[in-house]
Ligand binder design. Structure first.
Ligand code: FE
Length: 344
């Protein structure tokens, strides 16, 4: 895009998440969307890499005949089958669909960080699959072969097809609603609901002292994902302020209906992962847990609760929802905070 030579400084009031014009996408200041900068800085402080985590015990347990039951192996593999492609879908959405329509440079900064984190997550799954000597092509192809994974991915991909269209442009009522829907589907549903029964399974293993290296990887991923979710929620709520006309009663109802569809898909996935339940978590517990999470997601963007059920897995809320960035993963996080200097 051409630079407008000699133009006056950017007016901060014209800066918007979408439809802010091309003029200032290169100019970080004057900054308006401070939540994006804070998310970017938090992401940097929480930097980690999969290869820092030892997989030795996991390898021994996975190879041993009696450390894990057949049901536990199947649950672990199916969860990985979902994870291995989910973050690639998320990365594509950030980089190929969302980024170019966002006109806030500070939001773009965070999206770049988020895209990299999605790559690290895919790396983590690759590292787990490789360390344990699993059949890579079987695990990475599960999204095509396991129906409950396919159905989740398909819901997200179908809904977002529109904004991947190279001719898609924001700036009309219909397209701006479509963009807003994309953020809600990705943040609230994909990152906020579709990851959560898999997270619960991994914590289940960890609580039994099984596959703890893998579970630790997933804890780091969960911390990143909760930041992605927070950022998405902030984007939605800011677009609501900047373009309140988009938030119609019909649109709100459509989003509630989508979340309800997602809850059924996630619950169906969970029952496929553990047909007989696992670690004291059974199908009813999972259904209620997912409903509880869904109500919380709806509340973050001002939509009404649909289920009003208590959290059946309170240990999950300690681990996941509180977003304890400072003391949750003490060891490595602080290393990065102080270890980022180069000797030149
Ligand atoms: Fe993500």
């Amino acid at each position: 895009m051409p630079i407008n030579h000699g133009a006056a400084p950017v007016d901060i009031n014209s800066r918007k998440i979408i439809n802010g014009g091309d003029a200032d996408v290169m100019q970080l200041y004057p900054m308006k969307h401070h939540f994006a900068w804070e998310a970017y800085m938090a992401g940097n402080s929480n930097h980690w890499l999969p290869t820092e985590i030892s997989m030795q015990r996991d390898i021994e347990q996975w190879k041993s005949m009696d450390a894990l039951t057949a049901d536990e192996r199947k649950a672990f593999e199916t969860v990985l089958g979902f994870f291995t492609t989910a973050d690639s879908i998320a990365a594509n959405n950030v980089v190929l669909a969302v980024y170019k329509h966002v006109t806030s440079p500070e939001c773009r900064m965070y999206l770049l960080r988020q895209g990299y984190e999605e790559a690290i997550h895919t790396h983590a799954y690759q590292y787990i699959v490789e360390s344990l000597g699993m059949d890579e092509s079987r695990i990475f192809n599960m999204y095509r072969e396991v129906e409950s994974i396919y159905n989740k991915d398909n819901l997200v991909l179908n809904l977002n097809e529109g904004i991947f269209d190279p001719h898609f442009k924001t700036g009309t009522f219909e397209n701006d609603q479509k963009f807003l829907e994309n953020i809600i589907v990705f943040s609230l549903i994909m990152e906020g609901i579709f990851f959560y029964s898999s997270f619960a399974v991994m914590f289940g293993f960890q609580r039994q002292n099984k596959l703890t290296g893998s579970a630790e990887q997933i804890q780091y991923i969960m911390r990143d994902e909760s930041q992605h979710l927070n950022f998405g929620v902030n984007m939605v709520n800011t677009i609501k302020e900047e373009q309140p006309e988009l938030w119609t009663p019909e649109f709100q109802q459509r989003m509630v209906d989508l979340v309800k569809r997602a809850v059924v898909l996630e619950y169906t996935f969970a029952t496929e992962v553990f047909p007989k339940g696992i670690f004291g978590m059974n199908a009813d517990g999972f259904k209620q847990y997912i409903e509880h999470i869904a109500d919380r997601r709806l509340a973050t963007v001002g939509l009404p609760a649909q289920y009003n059920v208590p959290n059946p897995f309170p240990w999950m809320s300690e681990a996941v929802d509180l977003n304890k960035e400072k003391n949750f993963f003490e060891t490595r996080v602080t290393e990065y905070k102080t270890g980022g200097q180069l000797n030149w």
